[in-house]
Write a protein that binds this ligand. Structure first.
Ligand code: GDP
Length: 331
């Protein structure tokens, strides 16, 4: 039987965390028709504060693609004020998680809809549509999945580690509470199964992509889809562009390099995209992992770089298919 082929008209699926993924997705939306793009987004960062359900990665992706994001931080809403948070703090309420006034409106809406019984995927789609987005934003799961970070100070819920303690603790391990009973959200496995190409965004492999892959069935779906899978390294020149990815690689016993990231994804991907600064690692990535390497500019300074990265990543993935990803090595 001939191997299954990816659907030429299928979507481009991006497995996404927050800020790095959102910037890649901006490029994807500039390069491809929005209706062809599906983001599958991490929910391990979600939390409840003051009775509100907050989905930081979904919001970062949504605000960025809607042109609302605060460019100085990469999250939150541009020009937002914090009068509600100031009042909450003055009253002795929980004030460590930054919630702007406009941002709060999103959380109020989401929380009310969830309390009324709507699944997170439906609420996320409503917010995306109301924000004018033409692409699909899917939470990895509608279930309750929470990233728990194991540190020398004990186990910390993700945002305690990331925001409250400023990612200063050394990460010794991770677990994804609730993952065992989670299922992919509606549309996730279908999108991966009929994708034209799949891209693991330049996101933190442990904290952003790890929880997505922990949803039962999702990793298998990536392994069995006929679509080619590419990943973009979040590590450039041996450092993270932003955030704790380099420190996480080190403390969890991995090489702090694009090669270290390639090893993490090797079983899932056909193409690994590394920065020009790391060109010298390409041969080692290909020899050791058997994954084809694309060396290109991966630092997304502006719209042109974002679009070029999305175009080149998808083109390299499609080329991997035509060279026979699904031909059992006979191509
Ligand atoms: P978070 O959940 O908001 O931390 O966001 P992500 O996990 O999606 O993104 C954080 C990762 O994106 C970090 O490891 C960064 O190194 C990476 N990143 C951010 N901007 C860029 C960029 O322009 N190019 C590349 N290659 N990686 C980036």
């Amino acid at each position: 039987m001939p191997p299954a082929r990816p659907e030429p008209g299928g979507p481009i699926v991006v497995i996404a965390g927050g800020v790095g993924a959102a910037r890649f997705l901006e490029g994807a939306l500039a390069a491809f028709p929005p209706a062809d793009v599906v983001a599958v987004v991490n929910v391990g960062d979600d939390l409840e504060i003051a009775g509100l359900h907050i989905s930081p990665d979904i919001d970062t992706v949504t605000y960025t693609l809607a042109g609302l994001v605060n460019p100085a931080t990469g999250w939150g809403v541009r020009g937002d004020r914090f009068t509600a948070l100031d009042r909450l703090r003055a009253l002795g309420g929980s004030g460590w998680f930054n919630l702007g006034d406009t941002d709060l409106g999103t959380h109020l809406y989401r929380s009310e809809r969830l309390r009324a019984g709507a699944p997170l995927s439906a609420v996320t789609a409503e917010i995306a549509a109301a924000s004018g987005l033409g692409c699909a934003i899917l939470p990895a799961t509608d279930g309750r999945l929470r990233t728990i970070v194991e540190t020398d100070a004990g186990e910390l819920p993700f945002q305690e580690y990331f925001v409250r303690r400023r990612a200063a603790d050394i990460v010794r391990g991770l677990r994804f509470e609730g993952a065992e009973s989670a299922a992919p959200a509606p549309g996730v496995t279908e999108a991966i199964g009929r994708a034209r190409a799949i891209v693991i965004a330049p996101s933190n492999p442990f904290l952003s992509i790890g929880p997505v892959l922990a949803v039962p069935g999702l990793r298998d779906c990536l392994l069995t889809t006929p679509a080619p899978v590419a990943a973009v390294s979040p590590i450039v020149g041996g450092a993270a562009v932003k955030g704790p990815a380099a420190a996480n690689l080190r403390s969890l016993g991995h090489d702090v390099s694009a090669l270290g990231v390639a090893r993490l994804y090797a079983d899932l991907i056909d193409v690994f995209v590394i920065d020009e600064q790391d060109a010298a690692l390409a041969a080692a990535v290909e020899a050791e992992t058997g994954v084809r390497c694309l060396v290109t500019q991966t630092l997304m300074h502006g719209p042109a770089e974002k679009r070029a990265l999305a175009e080149r990543t998808v083109a390299a993935a499609l080329a991997a298919t035509s060279r026979g990803k699904n031909d059992d090595g006979d191509a």
